[in-house]
Design a binder for this molecule. Structure first.
Ligand code: ZN
Length: 184
């Protein structure tokens, strides 16, 4: 941040009185610009044993496969955000949404949350942000062409949990350096 969004004057970085963190502070209008993590909400849409993936038509990771997911908007619930992204990216409607995986990504100031859900029907289609949308059997999942680590981990957890048909809520903190994709 270079300029104050309230008055347009340059901002400075310092720790405000009574605070413990470095903030962007406007010494002209005294506004303290707090910056907080962004939340990404997504869905793991299933149809029987198949999973719906979308190939991204936009950067970052254009051409790679993802689960429908995106930044939450103000005024939405988490579930509404996840549903909206599923409509936007895959023109798909889902039912029986269940909270499933939470990822803390402190190095990029994001939290990613995925629901499990069953597709309401097979009337999905390629959304504006996708190049391709299709169902995958477990043996077809393009593991080397997945867009983000949280997508890989969510799918790994799903296929692990599916064996027992027990899907506990998972919470992981992903480190900045890529880690090998294991189930540990
Ligand atoms: Zn200002």
């Amino acid at each position: 941040m270079k300029f104050c969004s309230a008055c347009g004057k340059p901002v400075n970085q310092r720790i405000p009185e009574g605070d413990t963190r470095l903030r962007y502070v406007c010494d002209h209008c005294q506004t303290i610009h707090y910056q907080n993590p962004n939340i990404v909400a997504g869905v793991l849409p299933t149809w029987g044993g198949q999973v719906l993936l979308c190939r991204r038509a936009i950067e970052p990771r254009l051409g790679y496969w993802t689960l429908p997911a995106g930044f939450m908007e103000n005024g939405e619930t988490l579930e509404q955000a996840a549903r909206r992204e599923t409509v936007e990216e895959a023109c798909a409607r889902v039912s029986e949404m269940t909270l499933y995986q939470l990822f803390d990504l402190p190095h990029i100031n994001q939290v990613h949350v995925f629901f499990r859900a069953e597709l309401a029907d097979l009337d999905f289609a390629v959304g504006a942000e996708s190049l391709e949308v299709r169902l995958f059997d477990e043996s077809e999942i393009p593991w080397d062409e997945l867009a983000f680590r949280t997508i890989t981990r969510t799918l790994e957890c799903y296929y692990r949990d599916r064996i027992e048909q027990h899907y506990p809520i998972g919470n992981e903190c992903l480190s900045p350096m890529p880690v090998s994709s294991s189930n540990n």
